[in-house]
Design a protein around this ligand. Structure first.
Ligand SMILES: [Zn+2]
Length: 270
């Protein structure tokens, strides 16, 4: 897991004036920056996130931030390999009904999101070579599984991949892979945007395995099983662990993208 891709922190925040020979990845072109004659027929890389509570210590847009970071690094590698690729502005809202008991959460629901993805794909694929959606929120999976195969059936080259951390290899003390706003997401945000993490408020939530919590979760949402909104335990999170987790996620995304073998659900799996 602790594979170091040699990529710098926060490459998306760096300007475009990087020297071509450095180990830094290409900063991928941003779709929103381009006048239309400079767009041509690229691969479009679209981060897909959410605005939902992430405990008392992480920002509401944590899933969007993680999806954007993975997408930027994937697109940077594709650009470095000679692929014409652009980063699209993220879809920053998702399907987050299970978090709606917490202030700040805005869920636009499955129906709206499915229509959004369908129309997004239909419109972008008028000029895009391919559309790859990088998903940062588990609650969006049903929508992706409904919309992406339909776009493929309509003849469009669309697929999605998830930002799924791999099981730790033990070198890092065995960080547990928790479900929500726990050690994984806290470490990722400490690496990506430490100034936005309120580590003094990080406290354990419900640490039962997600599978055991599911029936109660479906009945009463996250608030029914964790008053602070955390499923897991953020204690022990670190920026170094977040960097390793992110590198592993980018490696997996790269392998999945390069193989380009979507499953029946439209997901890329190498
Ligand atoms: Zn999250």
């Amino acid at each position: 897991m602790a594979h170091d891709s040699g990529e710098p922190n926060s490459s998306e925040e760096r300007g475009p004036r990087q020297s071509a020979g450095s180990r830094q990845p290409h900063r991928p072109r941003q779709l929103a920056d381009r006048p239309w004659p400079e767009v041509s027929r690229p691969v479009v890389c679209l981060p897909f996130g959410s605005i939902e509570q992430h405990g008392p210590h992480l920002p509401l847009d944590t899933d969007t931030a993680v999806a954007t970071a993975v997408a930027q690094r994937l697109a940077g590698r594709l650009a470095a390999a000679g692929t014409d690729v652009v980063m699209a502005p993220p879809v920053a809202y998702g399907s987050s009904g299970e978090h709606e008991h917490f202030a700040g959460t805005v869920s636009i629901g499955r129906d709206a999101l499915e229509v959004l993805l369908l129309e997004y794909g239909r419109s972008a694929c008028r000029w895009a070579e391919k559309l790859v959606i990088v998903n940062g929120h588990g609650g969006n999976v049903d929508v992706l599984t409904a919309a992406v195969p339909r776009l493929v059936h309509e003849g469009r080259d669309v697929a999605w991949l998830g930002c799924v951390p791999e099981a730790p290899d033990g070198d890092d003390g065995g960080a547990p892979l928790d479900a929500h706003a726990g050690r994984v997401e806290t470490s990722l945000m400490l690496h990506l945007q430490p100034e936005r993490v309120h580590l003094d408020r990080a406290e354990p939530g419900n640490t039962e395995p997600l599978r055991a919590l599911l029936p109660e979760l479906r009945r009463g949402g996250v608030a029914g099983v964790a008053a602070n909104g955390i499923l897991g335990d953020p204690r022990g999170a670190s920026a170094a662990e977040g960097e390793r987790l992110l590198s592993a996620m980018v490696e997996a995304a790269w392998r999945d993208y390069v193989a380009w073998t979507p499953t029946a659900s439209g997901r890329l799996v190498a």
